[in-house]
Write a protein that binds this ligand. Structure first.
Ligand code: 1GP
Length: 248
């Protein structure tokens, strides 16, 4: 089964899914052997690899190490074309739709597309929508784009519908890693009832109850990264999140 089909199956079987975000800049390769099996045993559905500054050279060994420790799908969540590697199972083929910077709307994608083809990894087209998370974020700074204001629900809905009409498979509502406040529930539920493709929500989901709140609002997947950083009892934490995210 391909990764996209697996993700759809996860929504169907579990109500919603849990994507564990590993950032190679924050979690050292030496920690992976201990952490990755805990992510799987705790009940996360897939591992996302994302962050702002690492490049392909450091990524390849990192991904090899992860694949040695788990059968979970490993999905790239790249910030640019240098973060595409042959050792992943799939890549979120993102376009930063909420911005008006051509480099992140299509430029990086044109550079990344031939690499994805050469490596034979599965592209999963995804409309990436940045929402104000109450503080400046790396994505907004690096991409030189403005997030959508938290109360501008229609703007978020129209961007999400655009992703659907472009044929994208997912919409990612992103408050940014370490956001002070996550994407508002009202925005998630309004987008959910307006479009037909699944929604990924991430940024600032520090607790299992917050993750559950987003799933109840309509998130089909939640992405959690920061909440686990520097923590030791990863498996228990992952299990607590999984229990709250998997509605079925
Ligand atoms: C960031 O949405 C992800 O791109 C996850 O954010 O690290 O705040 O969980 P956190």
């Amino acid at each position: 089964m391909g990764v996209y089909s697996y993700l759809l199956q996860t929504i169907k079987n579990k109500g919603a899914g849990f994507l564990f975000l590993l950032d190679p800049d924050k979690t050292d390769i030496k920690q992976l052997k201990a952490i990755v099996p805990q992510i799987e045993r705790g009940g996360a559905d897939a591992i996302l690899i994302g962050g702002s500054t690492y490049d392909r050279d450091s990524l390849e060994g990192y991904l090899r190490e992860i694949k040695l420790s788990t059968d979970l799908p490993v999905i790239l969540f790249p910030g640019n074309h240098l973060q595409v590697s042959k050792n992943a199972d799939a890549v979120l083929f993102l376009s930063l739709l909420s911005g008006r910077n051509p480099l992140y709307l299509v430029g990086e994608q044109v550079r990344g597309a031939p690499l994805i083809k050469k490596y034979g990894i599965e592209p999963i087209p995804c409309g990436y929508i940045l929402v104000d998370g109450g503080c400046p974020t790396s994505v907004a700074y690096i991409s030189n784009t403005l997030p959508i204001p938290r109360d501008k629900i229609n703007i978020a809905k129209f961007h999400a519908l655009t992703a659907q009409y472009f044929g994208m498979k997912f919409v990612y509502l992103e408050a940014g890693s370490g956001a002070e406040v996550p994407v508002p529930d009202e925005m998630i539920s309004s987008v959910k009832s307006y479009i037909d493709i699944p929604i990924i929500v991430g940024g600032g989901l520090r607790s299992a109850s917050l993750a559950r709140e987003k799933v109840k609002a309509g998130a089909d997947f939640v992405v959690i990264g920061n909440a686990f950083e520097g923590k030791t009892k990863i498996e228990e934490m992952v299990a607590e999140f999984a229990k709250n995210i998997h509605l079925k």
